[in-house]
Ligand binder design. Structure first.
Ligand SMILES: Cc1cc2nc3c(=O)[nH]c(=O)nc-3n(C[C@H](O)[C@H](O)[C@H](O)COP(=O)(O)OP(=O)(O)OC[C@H]3O[C@@H](n4cnc5c(N)ncnc54)[C@H](O)[C@@H]3O)c2cc1C
Length: 326
């Protein structure tokens, strides 16, 4: 799915040259504002139904409007871009290898090399790797890695499900969000939240997001979450009511309690840097973050003030740190 942050930067890069050209594309985004939330009796139609009226399932549905949720406004963002995350990651890996990087897959970091307080490299089960600087980019597991270095980063898993429909003709040409999505992202609640994000893909399948909940690393499928996704999508696109879902998947977004990522050197463990905690925007923000990290590492002035993202901004350990619940 596309990155909500500043995907244009990543897109421009990925579109430059060779195979990368296939991996970023401009399709635009459309935000819609409706009255009331799915399942809430907020809109005028719902009020009519409560008064014993006929509701909207007739005329409005025939016009393609969402029953009970008349759009009150729309905000198109035509320059918004999308990348396929797996292709983008593979492309970046190719570029890194071409630039001389050695990639050691399936070899997790199990500890840090130290010289006093200073971090001087990492350990894996197979070897010790000395390094002038170490970057913790372990996503949702970044808190666990930081803990190996003796510092606290309260990065917690925020579970999200996606539904995938059977392939359809190209009826959904943009990524369409309900504006409630913004409130869900900004919420600190651990309870299940869901606001529809509906997106057609080149293969014809439609991706339906997005739920958010903090349940640790619980990987079980959740029927209530999937139901909420389906209901939200039908609210936005009644035409999806009779479309089959062929699969669902889930992931764990790396969530920080103040909704900001962690980017920069860690004064509590000199030599250790972090780039993590991007929650639901880590793909879109990846290249911007990488640029900031690179600027700091080579001693250049970063394009952006990284003070709000400093790793030491969090309170000392709290008993309910969720990254410990594996
Ligand atoms: C349902 C869902 C929808 C999303 N939609 C979007 C979207 O539309 N746009 C967007 O921008 N983002 C989206 N995201 C969020 C995005 O996926 C994350 O923000 C992003 O993947 C984080 O990237 P990362 O590189 O920080 O971490 P990851 O991609 O998780 O990578 C971390 C890596 O560190 C490795 N690792 C862990 N522990 C160790 C260790 N001890 N040693 C070595 N390696 C280790 C892991 O194996 C992993 O490969 C979504 C997430 C979900 C779950």
């Amino acid at each position: 799915m596309a990155g909500p942050g500043r995907p244009a930067a990543g897109g421009r890069h990925l579109r430059r040259g060779g195979r990368g050209r296939e991996q970023g594309r401009t399709r635009g985004r459309l935000w819609t504002v409706h009255s009331g939330r799915p399942g809430q009796a907020g809109g005028p139609a719902a009020r009519r139904r409560r008064r014993g009226g006929t509701g909207t399932r007739g005329a409005a549905a025939r016009r393609g409007a969402a029953p009970g949720r008349r759009p009150r406004g729309r905000l198109p963002v035509p320059q918004d871009m999308q990348v396929q995350p797996m292709l983008a990651a593979a492309h970046l890996l190719r570029l890194a290898r071409r630039a001389g990087a050695t990639v050691l897959p399936h070899e997790p970091v199990t500890g840090f090399l130290r010289d006093g307080e200073r971090v001087t490299g990492v350990r894996t089960a197979r070897r010790a790797i000395p390094a002038g600087s170490v970057l913790n980019a372990a996503g949702t597991w970044a808190g666990q890695l930081a803990e190996l270095a003796g510092v606290r980063l309260p990065v917690a898993p925020r579970r999200g499900f996606i539904l995938v429909t059977e392939p359809l003709p190209a009826i959904i040409r943009h990524k369409v969000y309900l504006a409630d999505y913004v409130a869900d992202v900004a919420s600190g609640s651990a309870a299940l939240q869901s606001s529809p994000v509906v997106e057609g893909t080149r293969s014809g399948t439609v991706l339906i997001g997005a739920t958010r909940e903090r349940v640790g690393f619980d990987a079980a499928m959740s029927l209530p979450a999937l139901r909420r996704l389906a209901a939200g999508a039908v609210q936005l696109f009644p035409v999806l009511r009779d479309v089959a879902v062929i699969r669902a998947y889930r992931g764990f977004r790396p969530y920080c309690p103040d909704h900001l990522p962690v980017i920069g050197p860690d004064p509590r463990a000199p030599g250790l840097h972090h780039a993590c905690g991007h929650e639901g925007a880590g793909i879109g923000l990846s290249l911007g973050t990488a640029r900031l990290v690179a600027q700091v590492l080579v001693g250049d002035r970063p394009d952006l003030d990284t003070y709000p993202f400093r790793p030491e901004r969090f309170a000392p350990r709290e008993p309910n740190d969720q990254h410990r619940r594996i």
